[in-house]
Ligand binder design. Structure first.
Ligand code: IVH
Length: 673
C-alpha cells in the first residue's frame, strides 16, 4: 500500500470517528471519550490535511476556523419568511389562543409540542447534498444576512449531515450558554472592555462579527426548532416527527421539548419548564406551544403577522423582595460618587443577588430608598439587578432618609456636586479610588489597549504599591509581577509585552488615556491634530483651545485645569521618559498643518460615492486636515462633497446655498497644501 493510500484511509477513518463522537457528544449527551481525546482526533486529521490538501473535504474541521474578516454581509432573501410569534402572558391569554385556534379549525385542538423559548436569535441554515451551504440571520423576516462563515464556527452545527439529503433548510435559535457569557464578560472586564448586558446581546454581537475568528472564540450554541424545507426525502406529517428527523440528520434539538395531548398537559409542561428554568445553561423567556399536526397547522393558517397554530407563552420578569442592609458609596475614575445598595442575599432568576446600583442621589431620593427598607428587585435584561420600588409598609420606625456624603468615602476629601450635574465628585486628584479607575481607563481598549491589565491585576499592583499611576506601569518587570496571584510566568510576560507595545500607540490615544474630563476619543483626535505635541497642548491658552474647531469652552477649561496641576504635568513627564508617544509624527503633521488646509475648521458633508475612496477614507482625510464631517446638511455646513449618485443632501445643499464640491475638486483640495 502506498503512503498516499494510507493517508486517504486514515483520513476517512478519522472523519467517521469524528462524526460518531460528535453525535455522542452533541446529540446523545453521552460522550465516549474525553475532550482531549476528541481534540487529538481532529488534530490528527488537520495534520494529514495540511500535508495533503487534496484530501480536504467540505466537512473538514479546518473549515470551522474563521478566515479573513468580511466587509459586509450579503443580503439573502429567505425562501419562506421567518415569522415571529404572538405572545400570551398568563393562563387566560393561553386559553384565548386555544379558543381562536378552535374557531379556525372547527374543532377543539389536540396534540401539541411545548418547547423552551430560548432567548437568542433565530437563524436559517441550508444544507445541500448533506453539506452545510449557508447560514442566514432572520433580518426583517423576509431578507436576512448571510453569516455562513460565522455559523460554521458553531461547533454543534454539523458541517455535514449524517445522511446526504439533497436539500434541507432548518431553523433554530443561536444562543450563548450562560457559562460562556459569564466567562466572556469576566474576560472583557479584566481587559477593561465594556461588558455585554445579557447573553442574547452577546450572541447577536458574535453572529454579526465581521471577523469570524472572534465568533469562533465566543462558544455559541444552537437548538433547531423547525424543519422549513426538505427535498428528496419524505417529510413527516407532524412537527414532533419533523424534529425527530432533524435530529436523526445530526442537528441538535432541545431535549426539553415535550409532546402534550391536551391543553391541561400543555399547562403542566409550561409550569414544569418554568420551575426548571434555572437549571438550564441558557436563558429562556417562556415556552413555545405549537400544534403538532402539520395538516392542521395548514388549516389554521396565519393572521396578518403570526401563525395561528403557535403561541409564545412568556414568563413574567422575576422579582424578589429583600432588605437593604446598607447603602454604600463607590468612587469612580472621575471621582463620581455612586450609591450602591447592599442587600440581604436573595436568589433572583437563578443567581444570588447581594448588591444593586442605585445610580445617583436623585434616583435614591425619587424612590426614597432607605437603609432597613424592604425592596422589590428585578433583573434588567435578566442580568443586572435593579431596585424597582420600596415596600412602604415594611419600613422600620425611624429609618432616616438617605443622604449623600459631602466627603469622599475613600479619602475623606470634599465631595462637590456642580450645578446641572447628577453626580457629586471627590475633589482630591490623588484619591486612591480614582487611581484605580484611572489606571483601568488608561489601559482600556480605546486608550492604551493594554490587554490583561484588568481589575484584579490593578488592585494587586496598587495594594502592593508596585504602581501608583500610569507611568509606574512602564517600570514593572518580571520580578515585580512574579509574586502576584493568578500570574504565571507566561501571563506576566504577556502583560509586560502589552505594556511595552502600548508605548507605540498614537499620540491621540495617549491623550485620551490620560482621562482628561470631556476629552473623549473625538476631542483627543482633534486636539492631537491641532496642537501636534504634548508640550504645545499643555501650554496652550484657553483662547487657543476654544479657537480650535469642535473644542468648546467646557473642554478647553478642562484641558487647562488638567495641565495646571503639577501632579498631572509630572505624570506626563514620566510617561514621556518611559518612551510613550508625546507627539504626532512629523510626516502626519505636515499634512495636518491646519492653517494651510482648505478644510481646517470647516464642516463637511459627504454624499454619493467617490471614486477610489471609501466614505470612511474620505472622512479620515478631511479630519486629518482639521475638518469635521457631519451627516446632515444645514446652514452651518461649509462644503458638501458630492460624488456619483448624490441624492437628497445635494438638493438640500443647493437649496441652502451651501458650496458643493465635485469628486475631482475634492481630490485637488486634499492635495492642496
Ligand atoms: S417557532 C413560525 N420555536 O422566538 C414559528 N421559536 O417570537 C417560528 N424561539 O423568532 C418560531 N425558541 O427566534 C420557535 N422552540 C422555538 C423557539 C422559538 C425560541 C424564538 C425565535 C422566534 C421567536 C418568536
Amino acid at each position: 500500500m502506498s503512503a498516499k493510500d494510507a493517508d486517504a484511509r486514515r483520513a476517512e477513518l478519522l472523519r467517521r470517528e469524528i462524526a460518531r463522537h460528535r453525535k455522542l457528544y452533541y446529540l446523545d449527551d453521552a460522550p465516549a471519550i474525553s475532550d482531549a481525546e476528541y481534540d487529538a482526533l481532529e488534530r490528527e486529521l488537520l495534520a494529514i490535511e495540511a500535508r495533503r490538501p487534496d484530501l480536504v473535504t467540505p466537512d473538514s474541521p479546518t473549515r470551522r476556523v474563521g478566515g479573513e474578516a468580511a466587509e459586509t454581509f450579503a443580503p439573502f432573501a429567505h425562501h419562506t419568511p421567518l415569522l415571529s410569534l404572538d405572545n400570551a402572558y398568563g393562563d387566560d391569554e393561553l386559553s384565548a389562543w386555544a379558543e381562536r385556534l378552535e374557531r379556525a379549525l372547527g374543532s377543539a385542538p389536540r396534540g401539541f409540542s411545548v418547547e423552551p423559548k430560548v432567548d437568542g436569535l433565530s437563524i436559517a441554515v441550508h444544507y445541500r447534498d448533506g453539506v452545510l451551504e449557508r447560514g442566514v440571520t432572520r433580518g426583517d423576516g423576509i431578507t436576512g444576512e448571510d453569516v455562513t462563515a460565522n455559523v460554521r464556527t458553531i461547533r454543534s452545527i454539523p458541517l455535514r449531515l449524517l445522511e446526504p439529503v439533497p436539500r434541507l433548510e432548518v431553523r433554530g435559535e443561536v444562543y450563548m450558554p450562560r457559562s460562556a457569557f459569564q466567562a466572556l464578560n469576566r474576560r472583557r472586564e479584566e481587559e477593561g472592555q465594556p461588558t455585554f448586558a445579557n447573553p442574547r446581546n452577546a450572541a447577536a454581537g458574535a453572529v454579526r462579527q465581521k471577523d469570524s475568528r472572534i465568533t469562533a472564540s465566543r462558544r455559541l450554541d444552537c437548538f433547531f426548532y423547525a424543519l422549513a424545507a426538505i427535498e428528496g426525502a419524505d417529510r413527516p406529517d407532524s412537527h414532533v416527527g419533523s424534529l425527530d428527523r432533524v435530529r436523526e440528520l445530526g442537528l441538535k434539538t432541545n431535549p426539553r421539548n415535550v409532546r402534550c395531548e391536551s391543553l391541561d398537559e400543555v399547562r403542566e409542561a409550561i409550569a414544569r419548564l418554568r420551575e426548571s428554568k434555572h437549571e438550564l445553561d441558557y436563558e429562556i423567556d417562556g415556552a413555545v406551544v405549537k400544534l403538532d399536526d402539520l395538516a392542521l397547522q395548514e388549516k389554521a393558517g396565519f393572521t396578518s403577522k403570526f401563525p395561528r397554530w403557535a403561541i409564545a407563552y412568556k414568563y413574567p420578569a422575576e422579582q424578589a423582595q429583600t432588605r437593604v442592609r446598607d447603602i454604600v458609596v463607590q468612587v469612580g475614575r472621575t471621582g463620581a460618587l455612586t450609591p450602591v445598595a447592599e442587600l440581604e442575599p436573595v436568589v433572583l432568576a437563578g443567581t444570588t443577588v447581594s448588591r444593586a446600583t442605585l445610580h445617583n442621589e436623585d434616583e435614591v431620593a425619587r424612590k426614597d430608598i432607605r437603609v432597613g427598607d424592604t425592596v422589590v428587585i428585578e433583573k434588567a435584561g435578566e442580568i443586572i439587578p435593579q431596585v424597582v420600588r420600596v415596600v412602604p409598609e415594611a419600613r422600620p420606625d425611624g429609618a432616616p432618609p438617605f443622604s449623600m456624603p459631602r466627603s469622599c468615602p475613600v479619602c475623606g476629601s470634599d465631595a462637590l456636586r456642580e450645578e446641572g450635574e447628577v453626580a457629586s465628585r471627590c475633589t482630591n486628584v490623588a484619591c486612591p479610588a480614582k487611581r484605580r479607575e484611572a489606571l483601568l481607563y488608561f489601559a482600556s481598549r480605546s486608550g492604551m489597549d493594554i490587554q490583561g491589565l484588568g481589575d484584579a491585576l490593578v488592585d494587586q499592583l496598587l495594594v502592593r504599591d508596585l504602581v501608583r499611576d500610569a507611568a509606574g506601569l512602564y517600570a514593572l518587570d518580571g520580578a515585580a509581577l512574579a509574586g502576584l496571584e493568578r500570574m504565571g510566568e507566561k501571563s506576566a510576560a504577556n502583560v509586560l509585552g502589552q505594556i511595552e507595545a502600548s508605548k507605540a500607540r498614537p499620540f491621540h490615544r495617549v491623550l485620551y488615556a490620560l482621562g482628561i474630563r470631556h476629552v473623549g476619543e473625538r476631542a483627543a483626535k482633534v486636539l492631537a491634530q491641532a496642537f501636534g505635541d504634548m508640550d504645545t497642548l499643555a501650554t496652550a491658552t484657553e483662547q487657543a483651545l476654544t479657537a480650535t474647531a469642535e473644542i468648546g469652552p467646557k473642554t478647553a477649561a478642562s484641558v487647562r485645569t488638567f495641565f495646571a496641576q503639577e501632579g498631572n504635568r509630572d505624570l506626563v513627564r514620566r510617561l514621556a521618559l518611559a518612551g510613550v508617544r508625546m507627539a504626532v509624527p512629523e510626516e502626519e503633521r505636515g499634512r495636518s498643518d491646519a492653517a494651510a488646509s482648505p478644510f481646517a475648521g470647516k464642516t463637511v458633508v459627504l454624499t454619493g460615492s467617490l471614486p477610489g475612496r471609501s466614505r470612511d477614507e474620505a472622512k479620515a482625510a478631511i479630519e486629518l486636515l482639521g475638518g469635521r464631517v457631519t451627516s446632515s446638511v444645514s446652514k452651518k455646513t461649509d462644503f458638501v462633497v458630492a460624488g456619483d449618485e448624490a441624492g437628497g443632501k445635494l438638493e438640500k445643499a443647493r437649496a441652502l446655498g451651501v458650496r458643493v464640491i465635485g469628486a475631482e475638486e475634492f481630490e485637488r483640495m486634499l492635495g492642496a497644501q
